[in-house]
Write a protein that binds this ligand. Structure first.
Ligand SMILES: *Cc1c(COP(=O)(O)O)cnc(C)c1O
Length: 444
């Protein structure tokens, strides 16, 4: 039987795959007692900071300085997408597509978890002085130790890239379980770095489950569990403070009169959930977080709209999880993250694949940025908030002064995507644009 979602017409609207904005009726409700603490987020920030020099040593060609991405002014994108009348605030793009080594938002959670595991193994085995100098985690002694340990992960692609490349650099034995929709170039890139790639016929959840099972049976194996991992979550949450610093540097105030609105693409929910959680810890009610999900894979939306403890997947309402946004092709949301987002998330909007390609092209035309389809999902966020009936209701109910708002669109991946693939994305976007120009009925 199909689950009951609220509002009552939501299931039919999701089944029609018509893009929509869903507002979270439980925003502002109490957080569960079992929740990550502020102290844990600070510890994640400190771990990433402590390991800056280590990462720079491991990847001298790719990393210099902190593992942080730029915050770009996105005025050209705003000009392209918004009606010229009215102000409606300042637009920024958070450029996680340029994060070094991993090329996606997965660098945040993935690196944090591998670093935490490496530190913990080194501590357990009495490796000296690593808390004084994390660079010792790259010593010959540490390598010999890590070679006896295995790290495994299940992934649609980008998490595997992030975990795989860093774990391999440390000398871990590393296995990445990939779903069938993972892109061939991602598998290839990992194999080149000595990572074992195991391919699974089924979905992302099947790949995760297979990896989890295998890891359970092995001693000395750490499984990075994208559906449950607190270490991943905390690594993402650590993104909040650097963003706050960048906003301050850009002269943007965040308070009751100056709302911050953040739009982030959502797969299983760890990355956007962690970031939203970290931002809420810093800005409270003055930050408004919206997620973007493909129309075929709105897993966080169905989980939150079902408003219970029971797991609800997109398959339960007859959706097929078929989307070109491979990073977002997830059928079941993380049950670690969904109870937290139940009280913190403002809403979720959905995106068709056609729209993804259009947005990818808009980022290219306006800002000369090459994103992967998943990473373009959030670009329609401000238009939903400022231009839809639901969005305007939200603005009214929360008394947001849009002219004073700061909109941050999270661009989540793309810089490692081969040239060839980017050309294919753009050709596809062009083909769709031509088709809707010659046949207006096909637009949207
Ligand atoms: C993984 C990913 C996301 C979403 O992160 P989740 O933790 O799965 O919700 C968004 N964009 C890209 C490019 C990704 O790889």
């Amino acid at each position: 039987m199909a689950p009951t979602l609220s509002p009552p017409d939501l299931v039919a609207r999701l089944q029609s795959k018509e893009p929509l904005l869903w507002l979270n009726p439980n925003l502002g409700s109490a957080l569960p007692d079992a929740r990550p603490s502020f102290k844990q987020i600070v510890e994640a920030e400190q771990r990433l900071e402590r390991c800056e020099a280590l990462l720079a040593n491991l990847f001298p060609d790719d990393i210099c300085g902190p593992l942080e991405s730029r915050l770009d002014c996105a005025a050209p994108l705003k000009r392209a997408l918004m009606p010229p009348d009215g102000d409606q605030g300042a637009w920024f793009l958070k450029r996680d597509d340029t994060l070094p080594v991993a090329g996606s938002i997965k660098a945040r959670g993935g690196f944090h978890e591998v670093l935490a595991v490496a530190e913990s193994i080194a501590m357990r085995h009495g490796l000296p002085d690593i808390d004084a100098d994390a660079r010792l985690l790259a010593s010959a002694q540490a390598r010999a130790l890590f070679a006896r340990h295995r790290i495994a992960v299940g992934s649609t692609g980008n998490l595997g890239l992030s975990i795989g490349v860093l774990a391999a650099a440390f000398g871990f034995e590393i296995v990445v379980h990939m779903s069938s929709d993972a892109k061939p170039w991602k598998k290839e890139r990992l194999r080149q770095r000595g990572v074992q790639v195991v391919e699974h016929d089924g979905s992302y959840s099947d790949a995760v489950a297979a990896g989890r099972e295998e890891a359970r049976a092995l001693p000395h194996c750490h499984f990075v569990d994208d559906e449950h991992s607190l270490l991943l979550f905390l690594g993402y949450a650590a993104a909040a403070r650097p963003l706050a610093r960048q906003l301050a540097q850009a002269g943007r105030v965040v308070d009751a009169g100056h709302p911050l609105v953040v739009y982030i693409p959502c797969g299983v929910g760890g990355a956007p959930g962690g970031i939203a959680y970290g931002l809420k810890a810093l800005f409270g009610p003055h930050v408004h977080c919206f997620f973007a999900e493909p129309v075929a894979s709105p897993c966080m939306l169905v989980q939150l709209a079902a408003a219970g403890d029971q797991a609800v997947s997109i398959y339960d309402i007859g959706l097929d999880n078929k989307t070109d946004a491979d990073g977002l092709a997830v059928g079941q949301a993380s049950l670690l993250v969904s109870p937290l987002m139940a009280s913190q998330l403002s809403g979720i909007f959905t995106v068709s694949d056609e729209q993804l390609y259009r947005q990818l092209q808009q980022a290219k035309d306006a800002m000369d940025i090459d994103l992967e389809p998943s990473a373009a999902a959030a670009i329609s966020g401000p238009s939903w908030l400022c231009g839809s009936v639901e969005g305007r209701a939200y603005v009214r109910d929360h008394e947001l002064d849009l002219d004073q708002a700061t909109h941050v669109i999270w661009a989540t991946g793309g810089s490692l995507v081969p040239r060839e693939e980017h050309r294919r994305f753009q050709a596809h976007a062009q083909m769709l644009a031509n088709r809707s120009a010659t046949n207006p009925a096909c637009a949207d």
